[in-house]
Design a protein around this ligand. Structure first.
Ligand code: ADE
Length: 416
């Protein structure tokens, strides 16, 4: 087996500078790394990960290495790898398999190398690793102690495996931790999505009609940031409670069909397929920009866009211009893949500090509780969630109020 497959190992010096930058903005993970270095909780264990290969992921991988693990990593998206970071990780002894722009076929070949390393713990972002283990490598899957999942889409897929009685090891849904949803899904994606759109298309956001499709944590974060920059935000949502929340947050709530006619910039964040499709594209204005922030490139129906177009050309690395039959132009960003990871570097390091502190503690929890956990998808234990929140607040220089004994007692009692 090759030790690593990266674009160019000579990029390692630069990659290390970026990793060091991330490290200095990830104080909570640094505390965990210090403890792991002493305790070596993963000694002689192999950990397999399928994650975006970014400078922040690198800090997590080095944390696991310092905790005694042998680490195998492949990319969770063919376009999100930071090649200099991958090179630095390879030089640091992480078995890393991925490069920016790899084909779909290579993406799965690299994932298969990680699976073939026979990991005992797995970390996934989107579910490809865990689903592939269950669909094609069940004997290896049965040897696995447990896994963690970073994102909403992956949790949905793994819960579906559980529901069908097919799951063969326990999973902790890191995505579902409150600290993760708050910092990463809402504030991280909110900021990095806008950053991706600006890097790709450098348009003025102020005064534009920005249509956010999906009002979960991610969509609400994008809406908040777009409004903060002066956009008129329209929300499209199928869930009545989320739609009501969007309305009360002050956004205009419309159907996709209505929004299609007035939007200047569309961002999808639903986790579902074909939320923007031919019937909507047909109604769009000349110059409309389409971007996606959901995990897979399935939210915008690119097949429909191609069919409605007479030609397409690349404007820059991240923008493709489609010319429709009547001459209107539609601009697709990042090939419909996650715009924040393709056209920007993903969430800021300070955000990933929380997500990856949760990852590190959850994977440790799986190992410590291996004899007790069932073949289910679990939420992150509340103690871990609260501990990470406390450490992050402390790192931000904020202090928590302490309740008096009298106040604590009052909150436990039915008497007033
Ligand atoms: N997901 C979103 N942002 C990310 C980042 N910076 N690194 C890894 N995964 C991410």
């Amino acid at each position: 087996m090759k030790e690593y497959f990266v674009k160019d190992i000579n990029l390692a010096d630069n990659g290390m500078k970026n990793i060091n930058w991330a490290m200095s903005h990830m104080p909570v993970l640094a505390l965990i790394r210090d403890r792991f270095r002493k305790e070596k909780p993963f000694s002689n264990l192999r950990i397999g990960a399928c994650m975006h290969i970014t400078k922040e992921t690198a800090v997590l991988m080095l944390t696991l290495r310092d905790a005694g693990a042998e680490v195998f990593l492949s990319a969770s998206n063919p376009l999100s790898t930071q090649d200099d970071v991958a090179a630095a990780l390879a030089r640091e002894g992480i078995h890393v398999y991925g490069w920016r722009g790899e084909s779909e076929e290579d993406y799965f070949k690299m994932l298969d190398i990680v699976i073939g390393s026979e990991p005992k713990l797995v970390i996934d972002d989107g579910g490809d690793l865990i689903v592939r283990l269950h669909e094609r490598n069940i004997d290896l899957a049965k040897m696995i102690i447990g896994g963690t999942e970073e994102t909403t889409t992956g949790v949905i897929r793994e819960k579906a495996l559980e529901k069908e009685g097919k799951l063969v090891f326990p999973i902790i849904a890191v995505n579902n931790a409150l600290t993760k949803r708050l910092m990463d899904n809402r504030y991280g994606t909110g900021q990095s999505t806008i950053q991706g759109i600006l890097n790709a298309a450098s348009v003025l956001i102020a005064g534009k009609n920005v249509v956010v499709v999906g009002y979960g944590y991610v969509g609400s974060g994008i809406a908040k940031r777009a409004r903060g920059m002066g956009a008129k935000v329209i929300v499209v949502e199928a869930d009545p409670i989320k739609a009501l929340e969007a309305a009360l947050d002050g956004y205009d709530v419309k159907t996709m069909s209505e929004a299609a006619e007035i939007g200047d910039i569309f961002v999808t964040a639903t986790g579902d397929i074909n939320v923007i499709r031919g019937e909507h594209i047909e109604k769009m204005k000349d110059g409309t920009i389409l971007a996606n922030s959901g995990h897979f490139n399935v939210e915008i129906n690119i097949g429909d866009l191609e069919e409605l177009s007479i030609s397409k050309r690349r404007i820059n690395e991240f923008v493709e211009e489609y010319t429709l039959k009547d001459g209107r132009k539609i601009y697709l960003l990042a090939e419909g893949r996650l715009v924040n990871l393709v056209a920007a570097g993903g969430h800021p390091s300070d955000v990933m500090d929380v997500s990856f502190a949760l990852q590190a503690l959850s994977i440790e929890y799986l190992l410590k509780n291996r004899n007790r956990l069932e073949k289910k998808v679990y939420d992150v234990p509340t103690e871990i969630d609260k501990e990470v929140a406390k450490l992050k607040l402390k790192a931000m220089g904020m202090k928590l109020e302490e309740l008096t004994e009298e106040q604590k007692k009052y909150l436990r009692s039915y008497k007033i």
